[in-house]
Design a protein around this ligand. Structure first.
Ligand SMILES: Cc1cc2nc3c(=O)[nH]c(=O)nc-3n(C[C@H](O)[C@H](O)[C@H](O)COP(=O)(O)OP(=O)(O)OC[C@H]3O[C@@H](n4cnc5c(N)ncnc54)[C@H](O)[C@@H]3O)c2cc1C
Length: 260
């Protein structure tokens, strides 16, 4: 059972996150960078499945040089090896370009049975990469999984959305994205941290993946951020005095805001 986990380094949600003024891309230098928490859960799930079914777990990450820290964190949790796509021309890639790169990087790994990802990254929050990667790889996509099981050559998933819980399954190989209910990720042990230093990380540029510079980055992307503005500060709320008619006043306010 060979599992690939797509992992992304993101700005720590505790840091102040901002976009650069010059090209409206993420200002990665202004915030502490961490392995996205949802990807820790995807890694945990891969390790859990590996414990039951054997095989190898590989993480694939597209990101700048400093993303090696996120990769090392995954390796220190117990992942066997990593592929890091690191190329300056990737800067500003949109979801479609990123999905193409990730799918090609997965394609460099032999005999992949399952690709795991988070359902949504905490920075871009596009929430579409796993389905896009599945499309490029021509694999079934099972998204928003809160439970994953392997039964022979079938993957069975409990898919949770606002509409309810769905029980879906697909033949392997498949792409599965997980939600925050899937598990509690382990902390890397001291032994794991030391072992991670010696685990193989293969670093690839886009030329190694047969991708042209005009297919990625700001110039090669299908979507462009034209302008960005910081969120306005929160304004004081409207106070309702309850003189026996508080409920009516609240209802009138909600009607005026077209909320009911
Ligand atoms: C503020 C901001 C706004 C953006 N707006 C847009 C937009 O409107 N349209 C657009 O097309 N792009 C946009 N982007 C770019 C987009 O975020 C990147 O292309 C990104 O890599 C894909 O989107 P995501 O990370 O939000 O993916 P999601 O689909 O939210 O991520 C889901 C999962 O995919 C995997 N994954 C995502 N990126 C990587 C990676 N680089 N390496 C490994 N695994 C990964 C992870 O497992 C992750 O948990 C935006 C980026 C930022 C920072």
């Amino acid at each position: 059972m060979n599992i690939v986990v797509l992992v992304k380094q993101v700005p720590d949600t505790y840091s102040e996150r901002r976009l650069t003024d010059s090209d409206h891309t993420l200002d990665r230098e202004s915030a502490d960078a961490v392995l996205d928490e949802i990807n820790e859960r995807a890694v945990e799930e891969a390790l859990r499945l590996q414990a039951d079914h054997g095989g190898e777990v590989t993480v694939v990450c597209a990101g700048p040089q400093r993303a090696t820290d996120a990769i090392r964190k995954a390796l220190s949790m117990g992942v066997d090896k990593a592929v890091h796509v690191c190329d300056e021309v990737l800067h500003g890639s949109d979801a479609i370009a990123t999905a193409t790169v990730l799918a090609k990087a997965v394609g460099t790994i032999n005999g992949v049975d399952l690709v795991l990802a988070g359902n949504e990254a905490t920075d871009g929050r596009v929430g579409a990469l796993p389905a896009m990667v599945a499309e490029v790889l021509r694999m079934p996509a099972l998204t928003h999984a809160r439970k994953v099981e392997i039964d022979g050559t079938t993957v069975k998933v409990e898919r949770e959305t606002e509409e309810g819980v769905f029980f879906v399954e697909a033949s392997l190989p498949a792409v599965v994205s997980v939600n925050e209910k899937i598990n509690e990720p382990r902390y890397p042990s001291f032994k794991g941290i030391m072992a991670a230093k010696k685990k193989p990380v293969s670093t690839l540029g886009i030329a190694d993946l047969g991708i042209g510079a005009d297919e990625v980055g700001l110039a090669g992307s299908w979507s462009t951020v034209l302008s960005a503005a910081p969120k306005p500060p929160r304004t004081a709320g409207q106070r309702v005095e309850d003189d026996g008619d508080g409920g009516v006043k609240v209802a009138e306010y909600l009607v005026s805001q077209k909320l009911i």
